[in-house]
Design a protein around this ligand. Structure first.
Ligand code: HEM
Length: 179
């Protein structure tokens, strides 16, 4: 997992809580990397699992809720750091439709070792987008937050329904229905 995912996560904690908590999490987590992340480095995604669980212990906020918040936060970061990818779309559905075949393809060119999920997207009706998420990293709650952040960015309102297709959370269906 790319360092940007970690550096932004720690920045979110500092912003929403304080640096003391960041320091505490890094000290208590006993991470193989030692917790010194650089944006372009690559780290074991299990370090993220450890950090989110520790944050949950400290804040008493459930892990799925923390990952969703982080997804919303990350989408805002993407709109700043990867402006051209976002500007290509004029609506949330257009952007969500472009992740698999455009955005993540470009991401892979920048970071050849990026570990990205696979999305299959269908649009049964004008107001309904269906996204199938597949990833061994099982970060569908993070995906949920990114989808939500994307809708907010474009000023759109929709209901997101998440359905686990496998028990381990590696295959998940999102039904996004615009109001
Ligand atoms: C401009 C928009 C976007 C950019 C630049 C972008 C870029 C990235 C990058 C750099 C990573 C980290 C890869 C790694 O750590 O190795 C990532 C992971 C991920 N992205 Fe995107 N992304 C964008 C939009 C989205 C959206 C809207 C979704 C939501 C459906 C999404 C879903 C994910 C998920 C769930 C992961 C975590 C890895 C996994 O689940 O396997 N991305 N993306």
């Amino acid at each position: 997992m790319k360092g940007i995912v970690f550096t932004e996560f720690l920045e979110m904690i500092e912003e929403k809580f304080d640096y003391k908590l960041v320091d505490q999490l890094l000290t208590e987590s006993d991470l193989p990397s030692g917790g010194t992340y650089t944006a372009i480095g690559t780290y074991d995604h299990l370090e993220m699992v450890t950090l989110v669980s520790k944050l949950s212990e400290h804040t008493h906020i459930p892990v799925p809720e923390l990952l969703q918040s982080y997804g919303r936060y990350m989408f805002i970061t993407f709109t700043k750091s990867y402006r051209p990818f976002v500007d290509r779309s004029d609506s949330a559905f257009s952007l969500l439709n472009s992740i698999q075949h455009y955005i993540h393809v470009e991401v892979k060119k920048i970071y050849p070792d990026a570990e990205l999920p696979h999305f299959t997207v269908e649009q049964p009706t004008e107001n309904h987008l269906r996204m199938y998420y597949e990833s061994e990293r099982k970060l569908s709650d993070f995906a949920y937050g990114l989808i939500d952040g994307c809708l907010t960015y474009f000023g759109e309102k929709a209901t997101i329904t998440k359905t686990n297709l496998t028990d381990d959370g590696s295959h998940v269906l999102f039904d996004i229905v615009k109001e």
